[in-house]
Every structure is written in C-alpha cells, then in structure tokens.
Design a binder for this molecule. Sequence first.
Ligand code: DGJ
Length: 732
Amino acid sequence: MKNQLLLFYCLLSAGVFAQRATTISIESKDFALVLQTDKEERLGTIYFGKKLANAVEYESIPRQDRKVDGNAGIYNSVYTPSGSWNLLEPALSIKHADGHVSTELKYVSHRTERVSDGVSLTTVVLRDPVYATEVTLFYKVYAAQNVIEQWSTLKNGEKQPVLLEKYASANLYFPTADDYWLRSYHGIWAREMKPELTRLPYGIHTLDSKLGTRTNLFQPPSFMLSFGAPATETTGKVLMANLAWSGNFKIDFEKDSYNGLRVIAGINPAASEYQLAPGQEFKTPSLIYCYSENGLGEASRNMHRWAKNYRLLDGNGTRLTLLNNWEATYFDFDEKKLVGLFAGAKKLGVDMFLLDDGWFANKYPRNGDAAGLGDWQENKKKLPSGLGYLVREATAAGVKFGIWVEPEMVNPKSELYEKHLDWVIREPQRPEHYFRNQLVLDLSNPEVQDHVFGVLDNIFTKNPDVAYVKWDCNAVIYNAFSKYLESKKLPQTQLYVDYVKGLYSVLDRLRAKYPKVPMMLCSGGGGRVDYGALQYFTEFWLSDNTDPLERVFIQWESSYFFPMIASCNHITDWSKVGLKYRNDVAMMGKMGYDIVVDHLTPDELAFSQAAVKNYRSLSDVIWQGDLYRISDPWEKPFAGVMMVSADKSRAVSFNYVVSNRYEMSLSISPIKLQGLDPAKKYRITEINLFPGTQSSLDAKAVYSGEYLMNVGFNPDMTLQRTSVVLEISEVK
Ligand code: DGJ
C-alpha cells in the first residue's frame, strides 16, 4: 500500500494525472478569488473580481501559465518560492538544513469549512517535492463584508533547523487590470497619513518599515489599490488593505509584462531570518483586504463593519469621553493640581479623567522625557498619597480615572536600566543611540514580558477602579541586539519578529485577565495603528498634531481604513483656531479634551458643555453608524462627512471649511447627502452653535431622503461659518 501511494505521488509529481486542473474558488458575497493548478501542479491565481453567479464557470477560465521565457518563473503563483525555477521576487525563501536555497511548491490539497455564520475558512496545502517543507495558505472569508483575512503557515519537516529568509503573509495576483493606482501614505511625527497616489510602474514599488517598534512613523501598512482608474467615493474597483502586524513590514507591488500585478505582503525580511526547529511551524501575520466594485465608500463601510464585528476590541460597544492632562500640564503637576482638573472634567460633562506621562519614578523623577521611564512607582513628591488617592478623588468628583503607561521602554536614567541592563535592546560594543532619550526593552525575553505584564497588573491590582489605559510607544529600535536570544543561541535576526510576538503575548495575557478595560493604542501619535494591535485595543491615537485643520485631513485618510469609534480626537490648545471648529472636528470620532477647563471663558464653557451633551446624544450614530464621505478636502475647499444609523432614521453631517480663499466667502452650492432612505422624511437641525450665534438654516423644513440625496442641502458654510454640524432626524 505504501509503495502504491509512493508511486501515485511520483506519477502525480511527474504530471501524469495532472491534466485536469484543480480549481479553487474563494467567494465572498460579491467577489471571488480563483486559484488553479497548472500542468505541473503549481497553483496560480487566475481570477480576482466580481463573483460569478455560477461558480462552475470559473473552470472555463483559460489556464494562464504565465511563464517568463525560459521558464524562469510563473507570474501568478499563489505563493512564489525562490531559488528553483522561479527568479521573480519570492513570497518564500528558505535556507534548508543542508544549506541549499531552492524551494518548489506544488499543490497537495484544499478544503473549506464553516467557521461561524457568514465566516468560512479555506485552507490550501502546498508542499516541496524534494524538501520536507509544507506551506498552508489560509483564506478566512467574511462574506457579508467582502473581506478576506489571509495568512500562511510554514512547517519545517526536515530533521535539522531551517532558516526562513522571507515568509510573506500573502502573495496576491491581479491578472488583468492594465493600470493600477496605489494610494499609500507617508509621514513623520505630527504629519501622519499623508496620502500619495502612484500609477504603479512596471517593476517593483515597495512600502516598508524597518523601525522595529513605532513602525508606522514613516509609513503605515495600509493602502488602497484601484484597478483601471483611481476609484472615487462611489465608483470604481478598489482593494483596501492593512497588514495586521505591529512590526517591520514589506509590501511589494510588481507590475509584470502581461500587465498583471503581483502584491506580496508580510513581515519585512530585512535582518529578520527566522530559525525553525524540526517540526516547528511559523504562522505569519494576516493581510486583511476588502474588495469593492462600487468605490471607496462601500469598501470603507465594509472594512469598518468587519473591524467592529470581528477585530477591534469592543467594536460594537460604547466609549468613554475624557479629559486628558497632557497638553494642559505636560510633566508639571502635583496631586492638588490634578484634583482641580477632575472638577473641570465633571464641569465639562465628560466620563473620565486621563492622567498622562510624568506620574512615576523617584530616584530619577519623571519630570521630563529624559528620566524615569521604567520605574513605575508613583513619584512621591508629585503624588504623595499615591494613585489610589487620585482614583478615589476622581470618583468623588464624579468621573472615572484612566492612566498613561509606556511599559515597553526605558530611560538609561532609571533604576530599571541600572538593575536590568540585560533586558535592554542595545549593542554592547557600541555607544547607545536614543530616540526620545529612551531605549526599547527586549520583549523576546519572557522575563521582560512578565515585567511589562506586571506594570499593568500591579496598577489594576492595587487600583481596581482604574477605568482606562493609554498605552504609549515612543521609540524605534536602534542597535538591535538581544542578550536573551544570545543566551538561547538563537539568531539575532529573530529579534524584530520575536519582539512583536512577545508584545502580543503580553497583550493576550492582559486581555485574558482584564478583558474589558478600554485601552488607547498610542505611539507618539499614530506610530502604531494596525489591525494586529487593534485586537487588544478599543481605540487609537492618530497623531499628536491636534491642530483641527490638520486633523480634518489626517482623520479623513484614517477613515478609509478604521471606524470612527476607534479614532481618538482631542480638543486642545495646539492651535488658535476657534473652539467651535476644534470641537466640531473632534466630534468626528471619539471625542476628548486636553485643556484646562478653568481657562475657558463662560461662553466657551457653556458651548463645550452643550457640545458634550450633543455628542452623547449622537454617539450611537457616530460610533455604530455607516460612514459616507461627501466632500473631499483635497479637491474642494471644505470637507464633508456623514454618519448614518443602520435603520437610516438618524444621521449626523460634519462640514469643515479647509480654505480661506475668496470662493469660501460666498455660501457654497448644495451638497448631495448620501446613505439616507429616499422614502423617509427628514428634518435638519444645526447643533453646536456658539453662544450668541444663530443658525442660518431653516430648522422647520422637512425634506425627503430622495431630495437630500439628489438635489442636496446647503449647510451655508462660509468664512464666517467654518464648521457646521447637522443632526438629521426622521420625521414620522
Ligand atoms: C506621546 C503621546 O503621543 C502624547 O499624547 C503623550 O502621551 C506623550 N507621549 C507623553 O510622553
């Protein structure tokens, strides 16, 4: 029997039975990804696009053996191996136990199983006929949202360790669009999410990060890819994607001579060879992608629904409004000052006070960013009565209490550094190189993981009423060297990967013990916003830049990928723009304040109190509604965004002037609303009016949804009315 099986496998490999192709269709509600074996049992992508009514017809798609002349590679491989017949950019590169570097992958089997209502998982097994290397590709389909989460596992079946040199999450292939338009992002501190549109050239275009931690500082792993022409809000074919990984990443877009496009996305292989012991399996992070043939709006709404239902912690829940003290005090506070701010939070009407950086460390007090990081004991001078006292005082003032931590990091001026130099990522033979005066702790080390877990666990154990955490991460990794990996005789090149695995393992432990505490993902601004980390966090901080005009653009771009409920937007004194504009912009997400309430004038206070109330009454629509982008601030002198409740009975429309050109001195023409029910009747009320001002809009008029979406409505924005927030309610 064994011999017969062997013979069968040999014949199979030799192509004797391989005349009939195996076709695998992976379908969501509206689109399909179809894979097919070629004559040599190599699996390629033959279709990516609208789902056909009859799946059998995929079998009729002509085989596309897109081979480079001389058989140097197959463009459409589902997971391109390296070093054998293939000379294209690989998805997988392995140094086998014998030192050889050639790998081949042939189709072995596949199956599809139901995971839960509307969610299925297709697994495809590929194997090297010579080396005992097995790759399994996973396609988790969230049918209603048209989202696929794709990842891979790589198994070492050899008798000795092998070295993974490249190990992508996904290797997509788009066979036929001719033109591909990529919207990707670049940035730096306080200038995050700057979009760039590229008509992809022939050859390779790469998005990547090698920063280790705070990996999105220059570029996030989010992108959208339009096919044929750049998609608009309501038209065009687009793929919206995010690599769910909080470490180094690399996403290659390679347009070939057939006008097909290969996209290979995953952990950045730079300085990241990973050793796999015999029998060991490596699981890559996921590439999350959402496809639409009806433009960016539909793709975003589906991505948001997916995130809220399946990824973001408590995505369908509620959030706490808050007052943060960072921009109000920086490091300069004591417990008396803080208790005074609690009263301000209550006066404002928000749910919580969030204590930021500067509350800890004694030998090297945290009075600036150069000392104390790592020493998580209350600073006795600033907080002689401890955190417990603050929690009690906040509760007595009628607000919850949240706290800032940055547990992955250490200042060289700290007791932690003095005690545990071996926990610090640093090259012992070189001078230390700092980012914001700090270094990164080695999270590949389980002892360090315990320490980081312990920082949070101690806070919660001693102060069970702490209601919220802001988790910061301000440095990148320089001089990557791990004492721990050295002690285990593991390759140093595993550090970047094991760091993120270590971080996720700490967060797993935290969430097992504290499943509900809301946590903000912060990284010196938006230095770490991805769907890998967001499974542990309820929200994120997009940028330290809280200038509202800048925020309109940053929040606009973020809204493509991430739902409003997760986007923390604070009203601060960063810019001199009027309080109403700041407030109205912050409302487009999870609203918070970072001001001294006692510095507000009576009118400003009255306005803010009313705005908090308005926000509360609309929060279900803002957090759980569907997003429609109405006016693009990159193209028009104003931005317009709407949120519409699922039953279309309520909506909120945010409108912001972004230009002071003459054209804005005249009222604009009507804007066409979206997402309403054409048959319903609506009344439009302007909210967030500053004391002493009146709305120029007719609050009594009633319009049909059909009218508002076809004729439109004029919010009357001018240079005198630079932000207008409208509540739209059904009239029965
Ligand atoms: C960077 C964050 O982005 C800020 O909001 C603030 O928390 C500081 N760190 C504190 O050091």
